[in-house]
Design a protein around this ligand. Structure first.
Ligand code: PMP
Length: 433
């Protein structure tokens, strides 16, 4: 095992000062065990920890680093902009440029509002959906993550039609009751919820490529189209949370890849190129309800700040290069294929879900993983933890949970991919010896 003394010391110090030693829970490695690595620097496909261990990185800051870390043009752009002012709290022209680019790239967005995180985007989109429809309830999916606003921290109850129970202390049960939940890929559950809450459901919010349960496929069985149809029939809005899959599975996100138009779209991660940016946008008629055009309030001191806008512009504009997504997908497909071959050779049952440049390998005897309970009930989470740590020792940084996606960047080379496959082969051999 590589030397990780400095990370261990840092973690001990951080735990005294910061809850769990981290500023976002999964970083603490609780479910996989081991010491979170404290990072010192990053470049391209690699990150280095404070003990100077190098890792091939498939987390990419949980998605944003699609060009690879510290892309020279992004860094240069941010430096130039910083020298002219870090934040004005007033309009700047970079906001117009990024808004135009987002509207050009994402098919269903006519008008867009920038915020500072994915959580803010989803929270605001939900308020807007409620304000527009005059309805209070909404549907999310079991295992769908839409940031940490109160109404989203609700898991499925004992049946599809059950009212939600809060998933986090501090979420009032009365408020959580407005959150209805259903399993992915179960259209009957959705029909039941609409039938039992006639005229009360403002929207369905869905990650069109779910990544927060590990990657799921909602397209091959026609589930997303069925959601679009039922929303139209019931006068509810369809909200795509493309915070993760937006600009990831294609330049126009999942909606372009699958040819399904939501009413509202939430964006985050890649849109800020590594700086804190989120956005929500959609049909003009709906977006004009936002303050100061309309009655739905939403604001932000740092929203649209020039640094974040510039990082987003430099990143998004490079995604439109010819063949960009084909190349990402080709490398991702090869990696997934190689990892599954490695599992097979080691006698470890596994399946993978991949959409474009995001994927998850699940350690399971199932033939397919299609919903969150497949992961909770049928995946070997303990084995995942061992595999994750063995890969760290091999110099490969994966997300520290089976319920997460892995991301390919433009900076990963074929050699990185082959090295990762070889590392996984060694890790699996060690674990099954
Ligand atoms: N929606 C989705 C689909 C996400 O994956 C995330 C973050 N992982 C969020 C919303 C929340 O974004 P943020 O962490 O930027 O608040």
């Amino acid at each position: 095992m590589s030397e990780i003394t400095q990370s261990q010391n840092d973690f001990e110090k951080a735990k005294k000062l910061i809850p769990g030693g981290v500023n976002s829970p999964v970083r603490a490695f609780k479910s996989v065990g081991g010491t979170p690595r404290f990072f010192a620097k990053a470049s391209g496909a690699y990150v280095w920890d404070v003990d100077n261990n190098q890792y091939i990185d498939y987390v990419g800051s949980w998605g944003p680093m699609i060009l690879g870390h510290t892309h020279p043009d992004v860094v240069k752009g941010v430096q130039e902009t910083a020298a002219l002012g870090m934040s004005f709290g007033a309009p700047c022209e970079l906001e117009i440029d990024l808004a135009q680019l987002v509207i050009d790239m994402v098919p269903s967005i006519d008008v867009v509002r920038f915020v500072n995180s994915g959580s803010e985007a989803t929270m605001s989109a939900l308020r807007l959906a409620r304000g527009f429809t005059g309805r209070d309830k909404f549907i999310k999916f079991d295992g769908g993550y839409h940031g940490h606003a109160d109404g989203f921290l609700v898991k499925a109850g004992s049946g599809a039609a059950t009212f939600g129970e809060p998933d986090s202390a501090g979420v009032p049960a009365d408020y959580a009751k407005l959150t209805l939940t259903a399993p992915f890929n179960d259209i009957e559950a959705i029909k039941t919820l609409f039938a039992e809450n006639k005229g009360e459901i403002a929207c369905i919010i869905v990650e069109p490529v779910p990544g927060n349960t590990g990657v799921m496929d909602l397209m091959s069985g026609g589930f997303l189209q069925a959601l679009r149809d039922i929303c139209d029939a019931e006068g509810a809005l369809l909200v795509f949370d493309e915070v993760m899959c937006g600009f990831r599975v294609g330049a126009g996100g999942a909606q372009e890849r699958f040819g399904i138009k939501p009413d509202l779209t939430c964006l985050g991660k890649i849109i800020g190129g590594g700086l804190p940016v989120g956005a929500y946008g959609g049909r003009e008629e709906i977006m004009r309800k936002i303050s100061p055009d309309g009655p739905v309030y939403q604001a932000g001191t740092l929203s649209g700040n020039p640094l974040a806008m510039r990082a987003g512009l430099e990143t998004l504009s490079r995604l439109r290069a010819d063949g960009f997504y084909e190349e990402l997908e080709r490398k991702t497909t090869r990696l997934v294929e190689g990892l599954l071959e490695g599992c097979k050779a080691a006698g470890v049952p596994a399946v993978a879900n991949q959409v474009g440049a995001m994927f998850t390998v699940f350690f399971t005897e199932l033939d397919a993983v299609t919903c969150c309970s497949d992961v909770s009930n049928h995946c070997d989470l303990a084995f995942f933890g061992k595999f994750f740590n063995a890969m760290l020792d091999e110099g490969v940084y994966l997300a520290p949970s089976q319920y997460e996606a892995a991301f390919m960047s433009a900076a990963h080379t074929d050699e990185d991919v082959e090295n990762t496959i070889a590392a996984a082969g060694r890790a699996l051999a060690k674990l099954t010896a």
